[in-house]
Design a protein around this ligand. Structure first.
Ligand SMILES: Cc1cc2nc3c(=O)[nH]c(=O)nc-3n(C[C@H](O)[C@H](O)[C@H](O)COP(=O)(O)O)c2cc1C
Length: 188
């Protein structure tokens, strides 16, 4: 039996991504975003949705670029912090001791210590309501070599990304391996 929960942002889980940008003075900033996803394969793209009230929103509009930084479980406190304070008021890199690295491809910084980074240039902007959705074309992905698996691709169990529960506001780690995609369904 199903119960109606109303019109809410209740698709669980969402990712916990940290969006890297520069402000108009070149100060690097980071903010946490959970309203975010891969949105196209060719060209490879992600979407992130930001409120205009965030400092990062103006940074992206001005610079037309951002990075997606994927923290691991051990970095959950920094990720939470990045989602509670604004670059308008503080320098979040200095506060956490994390290191901004200038992307060589887009006008945005990435977080040196986070294991997986996507460098994106904005190709679309969509006004939705409270949030504005930015579509970023992924120009490169940079990964720490120790999170790569056998095929040279990021291994979820090594990256240890953080999952977010909308509305209930909880962080979780990734659960157990279930099987190979585009494969186990063939057994039906
Ligand atoms: C787990 C989590 C997820 C968040 N997701 C979003 C999001 O998707 N979009 C958004 O506009 N704000 C989101 N926020 C809030 C921003 O990260 C927060 O307003 C932040 O202070 C903005 O930083 P800035 O002003 O330096 O850009 C989230 C916060 C947390 C803790």
């Amino acid at each position: 039996m199903k119960k109606s929960l109303g019109a809410k942002t209740l698709a669980v889980p969402t990712p916990v991504w940290v969006i890297g940008t520069y402000d108009q003075n070149g100060k690097p900033n980071v903010m946490t975003a959970a309203w975010a996803a891969i949105c196209c394969s060719r060209p490879p793209c992600v979407s992130v949705s930001l409120r205009k009230a965030t400092y990062s929103y103006g940074n992206i509009v001005h610079r037309r670029a951002f990075t997606v930084n994927i923290p691991d479980e051990s970095q959950v406190r920094a990720a939470d912090y990045f989602g509670m304070v604004s670059g308008k008021d503080t320098d979040k890199f200095a506060d956490t001791g994390l290191t901004p690295v200038p992307s060589d491809l887009v006008d945005a910084p990435y977080v040196e210590e986070f294991p997986l980074v996507l460098e994106c240039r904005v190709i679309h902007t969509l006004e939705i309501g409270l949030h504005t959705l930015f579509v970023g074309e992924i120009l490169d992905v940079k990964a720490e070599v120790d999170v790569l698996g056998e095929k040279g691709l990021p291994d979820m169990e090594k990256v240890k990304p953080i999952l977010f529960g909308p509305e209930i506001r909880t962080y979780h780690g990734v659960g157990q391996y279930l099987g190979q995609a585009f494969s186990i369904g063939r057994r039906l």
